[in-house]
Design a protein around this ligand. Sequence first.
Ligand code: PGA
Length: 311
Amino acid sequence: MAITIAQLKTFLAVAQNGSIKGAASKLMVTQPSVSSGIAALEKELKIKLVERKGRGITLTAAGHAFVPYASGSLGVLEEGQMAAREAADPEHRELRIAAVTTAGEYVIAPIIQAFRNRNPQVEIRLEVSNRTSVMHKVELREADVGIGGRPPESGKFEGMPFLDNPLVIIAAPDDPLVERPVTFKELESAMWLLREKGSGTRSFTENLLVDKGIRPSRMTIGSNGAIKQAVRAGLGISLQSRQAVALELGLGVLSQLDLKDSLPGRKWFALYPKESPKRQTVKTFLKFLKSDVAMEAIADSLAMPFKGLKS
Ligand code: PGA
């Protein structure tokens, strides 16, 4: 097979832009060279990957199926290039972390800070998005390590648990539900505020509601911050990572429900593709995540949610 890197990049640019023109301007090449790159790839694979639709181009079913492989191959090569560069010049290293929103906002910063103190030569890039997007980035090798909940069942990922992720259900401090211990059945009449589709917290909550056999009203609110404000305003209740609401619980602007039935335990995991070679920098970071230094950094930040506040 004589598929070239240029053909794969051209195909992915067309897939992302939905037009030959858009792909050409992204790649800074002419439109005919995009068309001929796609034609050559189709000839090589002996299958149609794209088709015209109105003024644009859409992927055929075969094209959609090919996207993750094209993207994954480029990702592996990029990673190989990084590994080679790092072996030749260990002073310049890179680490691409993709964290789910909750971990990115409330958990990972002190760990990165402690890691940077010990590895100042590593250039770190942190991207924060919801679980679906993080898993996508890890699968396509756009990130070296994902930080999120349990790895999906697909078998494509490995996960290394490194920290507990205790959960709470939050309510406004003046909500009558906070006055006494409550059962899940009693929470059926409350409005549950859920994160956007693709969020790990949302899918965990949805599964929990099914497990507990309750079908409350639900409202989607697309960020942890917006959910906290909505709960404060009395719009409803929400299941959140305790780490995400430590500050507000400490300040007393949100309250935690006292549940008669306990919530399942969760953990934070480092996630990476199964059976893929890991660069030395990635191995160093994974080892660091399990270290006492990392645990102390996170414990300090959780124990001192008021650090930096003026009295
Ligand atoms: P989320 O992920 O921030 O996308 O909800 C959190 C989790 O997976 O627990």
